[in-house]
Design a protein around this ligand. Structure first.
Ligand code: ZN
Length: 310
């Protein structure tokens, strides 16, 4: 129901807002390479406009010292949006990864938290079914950890979508009316996938999963995670990536050893963003294995968590 309004928003913003126009035009020059891991692939996208997000300082002090770019009073004057629900607004993301890339902040300056906003994510996925809605936790890739927001990108872009449909890596663990729980194996990233048409059951099992992760990371504002959520054929598919680290070791190295890769939902969905050309050129399959192993849970750890929630 929002598809048409969103198309109109894009036409209007690309017409009236130079920064967005330049950066969406720039997407045609973005380079992509594929790294093959046998039965599946991971893409690498060289996207210089993403340097701001990938290298964002998200420590408490840096966040307190900067004006919040998601608060309505600080947004660029050209940026307009579509109000949705009581307190959210759909905006064009001026630093795109996707051909159609949206940011959906709350109109309130309130912390990035998923548990009480999970139902909101289900609602957005359903209302914007041509998009995958995604969430980056406050310590897992969100560049505004102090301001609640989702993002969304056009469906069919991230390899994980097709990999799930083809069913080679995800195994059904539990199934009841309106709710299925899947876990992934041999995919380099520990992932739990929920699928079904019963929003209450989905939220219920997400709550259990959240608790189980929270027990492992009690010192954090919330357990580290990223989420991708889509809606098609009357049901939701929600991929959850529990995290153990925000940025990999390579991010902090200097000179030729550095890889400026800061994984968040889209990277874990199979499109790794490299804002620097040198990293795009040199990153290998071995690096991807190493990076995913550092920042994600292993298959064994996922197994443990799944056994706690079913
Ligand atoms: Zn704000």
């Amino acid at each position: 129901m929002y598809s048409e309004k969103i198309n109109e928003l894009f036409s209007q913003q690309l017409n009236d807002w130079e920064l967005a126009r330049i950066n969406y035009r720039g997407l045609s020059k973005v380079r992509t390479k594929k790294l093959s891991f046998g039965l599946y692939e991971v893409y690498v996208q060289f996207n210089p406009a993403r340097i701001i997000s990938s290298s964002a300082k998200v420590d408490v002090r840096s966040i307190e010292e900067r004006p919040c770019f998601l608060c309505s009073g600080n947004r660029p004057k050209e940026q307009t949006g579509i109000p949705i629900e009581d307190d959210m607004i759909i905006l064009v993301n001026p630093f795109p990864i996707f051909r159609r890339h949206l940011t959906i902040p709350s109109e309130l300056h309130t912390a990035q938290r998923i548990l009480k906003n999970f139902s909101q994510m289900l609602f957005l996925s359903q209302a914007m079914h041509l998009y995958t809605v995604f969430y980056n936790g406050p310590q897992s890739g969100a560049s505004a950890p102090d301001h609640m927001h989702f993002q969304a990108g056009n469906i069919g872009f991230m390899p994980i979508e097709m990999d799930f449909t083809e069913g080679r890596h995800a195994r059904l663990i539990s199934s009841e009316s309106g709710l299925e729980i899947w876990k992934w194996e041999g995919y380099l990233r520990g992932i739990i996938t929920l699928r079904g048409n019963n929003g209450e059951k989905l939220a219920g099992v997400f709550g259990k999963l959240f608790e189980s992760l929270d027990r492992r990371q009690p010192e954090r504002p919330e357990p580290m995670l990223n989420i991708l959520s889509g809606y098609s054929s009357d049901e939701w598919t929600i991929h959850i990536f529990p995290r153990k680290q925000h940025r990999p070791r390579q991010y902090f190295l200097s000179g030729g050893d550095k890889l400026l890769v800061s994984p968040a939902a889209v990277d874990l969905g199979g499109v790794i963003i490299t804002p620097r050309e040198e990293d795009y050129e040199k990153i290998t399959g071995e690096d991807v294995i190493d990076i995913f192993t550092q920042v994600c849970f292993s298959d064994t750890e996922i197994e443990e968590i799944v056994s706690e929630i079913i």
